[in-house]
Design a protein around this ligand. Structure first.
Ligand code: SF4
Length: 248
């Protein structure tokens, strides 16, 4: 990874609790977290690799822990390692990295209630704020200035039952819906949801491939064949850097 392109804060993931994959153990890294603090896996500056903001410099605040276990998850390292920081400290570190764009991601950022005031304060500071969320938790309390990227889980993810469908009624024109597709069955399922909920009339819709599972070239052909105005999304950071690199 070319270090000159990445500016990182000195957050070093620390060994946290021993977290197994059993559902009742998945949030153990957040247990005992003092109110007003967040468990943060990393904060860094890189190139935004996804969404309609792809290609822009962006500060990423990655929060620890996720209640889901998608088969293709590429951020498993965020499940259980992190540093507990006061909200003010997280804000200061994110702002210190400069730029206009900040993304809250994870793990699942909405598991920690302090992320809501963090997003508001980042927006108050003039940042354009993106939130990447699984779509399994209520987006209702999110500041209206935030661009929500709602990652609807497909059958191929193994977590389709986790989708909170009431979130779709809360989508704003500035939000985006993302589908990560594993195969043709996922594609057909996603097309069905786009049509059923008229998603492309409401906000940008992103079709992405599960890295290494589905060819983007094949997906491009399917998108053209569908006639839908959905955006084929490549994970730019995986093209720029090693696909397994962290902090990019
Ligand atoms: S929701 Fe995101 S962080 Fe959680 S398991 Fe799925 S891909 Fe990984």
């Amino acid at each position: 990874m070319p270090q000159t392109l990445i500016e990182r804060t000195p957050i070093l993931p620390q060994p946290a609790h021993d977290v197994s994959d059993a559902p009742q153990q998945r949030l153990k890294a957040l247990e005992g977290k003092p109110p007003g603090s967040l468990v943060i896996h990393e904060i860094y500056r890189s190139i935004q690799g996804e969404s309609t903001f792809a290609g822009l410099p962006c500060v990423f605040v990655r929060l620890t822990a996720c209640q889901l276990r998608c088969g293709y998850c590429d951020t498993k390292h965020a499940f259980k390692q992190g540093e507990t920081l006061a909200l003010d400290e997280v804000l200061a570190r994110a702002l210190a990295l400069g730029g206009n764009l900040v993304e809250l991601t994870g793990g699942e950022p909405l598991l920690q209630p302090e992320v809501f005031p963090l997003m508001t304060r980042l927006a108050d500071a003039g940042r354009t704020v993106l939130l990447e969320t699984s779509g399994a938790l209520d987006i209702g309390p999110v500041d209206a200035r935030v661009h929500i990227i709602l990652d609807l889980k497909t059958p191929g993810s193994g977590e389709v039952d986790a989708n909170l469908w009431s979130n779709l009624a809360r989508l704003k024109a500035r939000d985006e819906v993302k589908f990560v597709l594993c195969d043709r069955r996922d594609f057909e399922w996603a097309v069905e949801q786009v049509r059923r909920y008229e998603l492309t009339d409401r906000c940008p819709v992103l079709f992405s491939t599960a890295f290494g599972q589905l060819s983007p070239t094949e997906l491009a052909a399917w998108v053209l064949e569908s006639g839908l105005p959905v955006r084929l999304q490549l994970q730019m950071h995986k093209i720029l850097w090693d696909p397994s690199a962290r902090g990019v």
